[in-house]
Design a protein around this ligand. Sequence first.
Ligand SMILES: Cc1cc2nc3c(=O)[nH]c(=O)nc-3n(C[C@H](O)[C@H](O)[C@H](O)COP(=O)(O)OP(=O)(O)OC[C@H]3O[C@@H](n4cnc5c(N)ncnc54)[C@H](O)[C@@H]3O)c2cc1C
Length: 377
Amino acid sequence: MKLRVTVLGAGFGGLELCSTLSETIGDNLDLTLIDQNDSFFFGFSKLDVMFGRKPPEKVKIPYSSMVKPGVKFKKETIIAIDPVSKKVATQKATYESDILVVALGADYDFSATPGLAEGGNEYYTFGGAEKLREILPRFTKGSAVVGVCGAPFKCPPAPSEGALMLHDFLTRRNVRDACNLSLVIPFGSPIPPSPDSSRSLLKAFEERDIKFIPQRKVSSLNAQKKVAVLDDGTELPCDLFLGIPKHVAPDVVLKSGMTENGWIPVSRTNLLTKFPGVYAIGDVTSVGTPKAGVFAEGAAKIAAASIIASFKGTENDQSYTGAGSCYIEFGKGTVARVDVDFFSGPKPFGVHLNASEALAADKEQFGSSRRERWFGS
Ligand SMILES: Cc1cc2nc3c(=O)[nH]c(=O)nc-3n(C[C@H](O)[C@H](O)[C@H](O)COP(=O)(O)OP(=O)(O)OC[C@H]3O[C@@H](n4cnc5c(N)ncnc54)[C@H](O)[C@@H]3O)c2cc1C
């Protein structure tokens, strides 16, 4: 009997889980992978797109190029999930399986920040990054604000990266002196688990005259007054807003009854939810690591090990360590890295590696190795 698995979401977590199951039990696997999109793109490729480093079509990897034993891909939108019966409905079909894995990521609630949808911009959706690609070259003077509208949010370094890369972009076009840059984030430091990374970033902000505003969120935008309003009522002059929208679990997940306080709780040991045979991995969970691809990937490996062990009737000796490496774009073609560990010690800690061109190459390799592993190209 083949193991029937349905995987919801072909992002970082879903792709890694399918790859591990396929290479380990491909001959005995009947896995359906469902995603509403026809192609995958890395979260960080949105930075490449918005600043014109890479054309949008170059960063998209079509799911049609994925050939994995035991895996079939369906481009469908999931409209209902029943975690008790493990039945899933899309706009086209219904799926039933022995194991269900929810890897649907995080969505955005634009309405939570009045004025954002009408007068602001964001670079957390692909469409938002494509729009900014057109808008940024027209910004030549005034105040730009990179601002977080809610926590938790994906990739904690990404707001800092956005500010540093915007500085570079404006400098290259000789308009930096006519622009003010501010960065608003809800933490006390740019990357709380890594004091060294935070210190490095704060130094980079100071050198580049980027105003860092910690412990604050952007609550609304007022296009008429051209201000971003912070959660303490402060009004920041704002001619250009690059926002990090409030994150929420996808609507279909919220309606499934699997969430508590907005996200799916899971066991740290094996990523199982409270529903037998139902796993959840990545940004859609409240497992305790940041919302980032490396952590979704790490969780996928552990969930896959648990699924394989129960299929083979063996003991699963792996558990989730919450460790991963995050790259940080520092501008000028350099990238730093922070190796973070969330669960091994009494509190999360990170080791910082200074920005360099060698780490920029390392980040490229990180992307191409996943592309190779998941798509064979
Ligand atoms: C600007 C930016 C930079 C980033 N940089 C990094 C970085 O350098 N390193 C890093 O590790 N992470 C980075 N991230 C974060 C990273 O992209 C995410 O954390 C990661 O993709 C999460 O993986 P996931 O599998 O949980 O969800 P996702 O990769 O988001 O996958 C979820 C999938 O579910 C699908 N889906 C959702 N709802 C439905 C539905 N109803 N029906 C069908 N399909 C659906 C989506 O189409 C999507 O493909 C960055 C993010 C951003 C925005």
